[in-house]
Design a protein around this ligand. Sequence first.
Ligand code: 3PG
Length: 199
Amino acid sequence: MNDLLKEYKVIPVVVLNNEEDAKYKLSSLVQGELLVAEITFRTDYALEGIKYAIKNYPQLLIGAGTVINLKQCKDAIESGCKFIVSPGFSREIALFCNERNVQYIPGCVTPTEIMEALSLNINLIKFFPANIYGGLKAINSLGAVFKDTKFVPTGGIDENNLKEYLLNKYVKAVGGSWILKGDIVENCRFIKETIESIS
Ligand code: 3PG
């Protein structure tokens, strides 16, 4: 499957509470030229927010995050989400995404979970919560064993450690909710500068 996310080094984890909130956050990402959003199923408004985002922000690559059951996955894909992210690994979600040719990024923190993902041809793994499960030390150990696997660490990543994570050879991209806190456009600018400084 094509890696849709290949050009994105930072994936904003976006919590949407209502239409006004969605408008503000998504417009800010567009203004900051960070054109990807993982909209999480953490609020009652999530699915509506996904639909709103897909309809009104065609310039953004929209995926669903915190997808913890098959229903959410189906709803997200039917609404037009281009990728699905889970905090853990779900075989049924993985199979459904494979069938629909939608990229699935499951959360795995153990070798066993990574092997399960690999058995379904998934080699881009969310590593969550990165700060609790050993951060870069753990990623280095896992990356050395699983040669073709790349990680998207999230959890505890912010402007203070972004560069360090992005510099790691096993890290494909990082995710985080900090981008949507404070001045979003300024955060996007900081991210852009950080990426430019290491490429
Ligand atoms: C996620 O869902 O990926 C995490 O909650 C993001 O972690 P953060 O809030 O520490 O960035």
